[in-house]
Ligand binder design. Structure first.
Ligand code: GDG
Length: 475
């Protein structure tokens, strides 16, 4: 519950992200409440913020309203107002219809509009101003993701005293694709306002460094860029994100979640094999390729629908962007076709759920699944892969696309190229047929990998790099 706070107080640690880590909910009696919201970034940052006296600058998720800053435990939440027009132009347009496709290998074509680019700049300036207002002298500011790439430079102009880091949750594209963006120059210069730029994979950092050389004629030395027309140097390096593994493992091992996992298997009719997909309904996630492979395995009689089923959670996402509407139609038509062709009486080949579930239910689903299908065509990291191996402590199997950031770390997964449908089918069968002791062995190794490199380690590593930039931390 929010109490208003005087804006005179300033904060040593400030996070800026498109969204605040809370959702505005109107209860049945008409009162307004704030609830912690799910999602990649929020999940990751929660544990980092715990116990710190910090401020978080972001949009509330509701157009045309700007509540006063309010406190949630120790955290000051600073809402940034977006008009309904800006939601369409800055967020749905420039962020999700121009930048997102370019940064994800143009799986769908990108749309460029000058009015969207102008709105993006305007909103980024508002974020920079809001951060400048709450940051203490010499504060550390951590800016997140592709929606806020102009903020580092804008903030540096307003507040040369603060230390500025930016982290990209999504891939950074090869310069050949990045160069298509009409705003390419201002994006690069915007980012170079930071002291340290963090990326998911070394290849993403390398793509950024190459873009600086080719498009700005900037000099680079190792992972450090010399900012044109200044004496500043900026470091760009990989710091792969992770999950709060201990917390999630504890949840997954709790009695209610274990019982629920058993109940889910029961409700599905105790099939021999449960395959699982969990994604935001996004064209980058390779959901159609996954369904195609499953469809053909049933068609060819290589999987038996009486003992194998697929559960697909597709959480609603960006529902007003055309490409997402179209994807939803395609996915739902395909699921209908598969079920029409193969579902036995009393069960379904594909259990499809276009909605979100509580964490406990997700953990139970992960535990219940024999094979997790993570088949993105491009994905910055993919936390679902890390969550699955953390929750499932038996003979599970992770089928993992080589186009995810996670593939760089999760070496014991069953690796696949989702574009190669024939190979994907074979990999799914291999994952199902590998002996239980071998699957358990691989899962243990994966689980250990994630436990060791958890979100706390990520944040520590990131903040060390930010503090020392442009020098490298020694460890
Ligand atoms: C971006 C990058 C990068 C999903 N459905 C439900 C639910 N989820 C949770 C998952 C997971 C998160 O949402 C999704 O994270 P991903 O990493 O898989 O994907 P993006 O949303 O695309 O995230 C990605 C990430 O940022 C972090 O940097 O890894 O590459 O694209 O935590 O569990 N959670 C609940 N109910 C659902 O129905 N509770």
């Amino acid at each position: 519950e929010g109490v208003e706070v005087s804006s005179a107080h300033t904060y040593d640690f400030v996070i800026a992200a498109n969204r605040l880590p809370v959702d505005r909910v109107v209860t049945t009696d008409g009162s307004v409440e704030w609830q912690r919201s799910p999602g990649g970034l929020v999940t990751a940052m929660e544990s980092v913020m715990r116990g710190r006296d910090a401020a978080w600058v972001g949009w509330s998720g509701q157009a045309d309203e700007a509540p006063e800053p309010f406190k949630d435990d120790n955290l000051l939440l600073v809402p940034v107002e977006l008009s309904a027009d800006e939601v369409t132009s800055y967020y749905e347009g420039q962020s999700n219809d121009s930048l997102w496709p370019i940064y994800h290998d143009v799986i769908v074509p990108a749309t460029f509009r000058r009015s969207w680019a102008a709105a993006y700049e305007k909103v980024n300036r508002r974020f920079a101003q809001r951060v400048a207002d709450v940051a203490a002298e010499g504060a550390t500011v951590w800016i997140h993701d592709y929606q806020l790439q102009l903020v580092p430079r804008m903030l540096r102009v307003l507040r040369p005293d603060v230390r500025i880091g930016w982290f990209n949750h999504i891939p950074f594209p090869p310069v050949e694709l990045f160069a298509q963006l009409p705003v390419r120059h201002s994006l690069l210069m915007g980012l170079l306002g930071a002291d340290f730029l963090g990326f998911q994979r070394p290849a993403d950092a390398e793509n950024f460094l190459r873009a600086c050389r080719r498009l700005l004629m900037a000099k680079t030395k190792g992972d450090v860029v010399e900012v044109p027309d200044s004496d500043r140097r900026v470091r760009a390096a990989a710091v792969p994100i992770s999950i709060d593994a201990a917390d999630l493992a504890a949840l997954a091992e709790s009695e209610p979640v274990k019982a629920r996992a058993a109940e889910i298997r029961e409700q599905l009719g105790n099939p021999r094999t449960i395959l699982l997909g969990v994604d935001r309904l996004d064209y980058t996630k390779g959901i159609r390729h996954r369904l195609k492979a499953f469809d053909e395995l049933l068609r060819d009689g290589r999987l038996d629908p009486t003992d194998t089923m697929l559960v697909q959670v597709a959480s609603p996402s960006r529902e007003r962007v055309d490409a997402y509407r179209e994807l939803r139609h395609q996915v739902e038509r395909t699921v209908g076709n598969i079920n029409g062709a193969y579902s036995p009486i009393g069960s379904t080949a594909v259990t499809y759920m276009h909605r979100s579930f509580p964490r406990e239910e997700m953990a139970a689903l992960y535990r219940a699944a024999d094979v997790m299908l993570v088949t993105p065509l491009r994905d910055g990291m993919n936390l679902v892969a890390k969550e699955y191996v953390t929750c499932h402590d038996g003979p599970g199997a992770l089928v993992l696309s080589e186009f995810t950031g996670a593939a760089g770390e999760l070496k014991q997964a069953f690796r696949c190229n989702p574009h190669d449908i024939e190979a994907l089918k074979n990999t799914i069968l291999t994952a199902i047929d590998t002996p239980a002791d071998e699957r358990s062995r691989r899962m243990r190794a994966l689980r250990k990998q994630v436990a060791k490199n958890d979100v706390q380690a990520w944040a520590t590593k990131y903040l060390d790099a930010l503090r020392l930039a442009p020098e490298k931390p020694t460890a």
